[in-house]
Design a protein. Structure first.
Length: 158
């Protein structure tokens, strides 16, 4: 005959097994993305050239994301420093995603480090290509507490 203690222990074991399974099967970043939804991107002005200097994007809520790349020649196979300045975006975390648009050159992702208030930096080395001129996108993603916003910057390499 099963006692009340048996059923209590059985219930605790089932609960513990469920929690452990949930921990391993559910990715917290997926839950966060489900909560905040898709990232709303704004693209840079076509007249801005990252070879000449920094480019700025104004997000729909009047916040700003400004990107600069050094060295300005944006060489391939050499470390590039991406510096992002923000205005009206309060986050400790910015993500940089760089990828080529006219050929698959891989997906290069970096967690930008906060170096001071509203200034973030990260490094990426882009691969070379035998085809020649490449068009790249640099996506900056700011995950706010209730939504995700981003800016798309386009640049070319030779």
């Amino acid at each position: 005959m099963k006692t009340k203690r048996f059923y209590t222990l059985l219930l605790l074991e089932i609960t513990a097994l469920g929690m452990i399974s949930a921990y391993f099967l559910i990715d917290s970043s997926d839950i966060y993305r489900w909560y905040v939804g898709d990232t709303n991107f704004v693209k840079q002005n076509k007249n801005c050239d990252l070879h000449d200097g920094s480019c700025r994007v104004i997000i729909h809520d009047a916040s700003e994301i400004t990107l600069s790349i050094t060295p300005r020649a944006i060489p391939l196979m050499k470390p590039l420093q991406f510096q992002v300045r923000t205005k009206g975006i309060h986050t400790n975390q910015l993500v940089l995603e760089v990828y080529a648009t006219n050929m698959n050159m891989g997906f290069h992702k970096s967690q930008l480090k906060r170096v001071r208030d509203n200034v973030y930096e990260g490094n990426i080395t882009l691969p070379s290509c035998i085809v020649g001129s490449m068009i790249w996108n640099a996506n900056i993603i700011a995950n706010k507490s209730n939504r995700s916003v981003g800016a798309i910057f386009e640049f070319k390499t030779k």
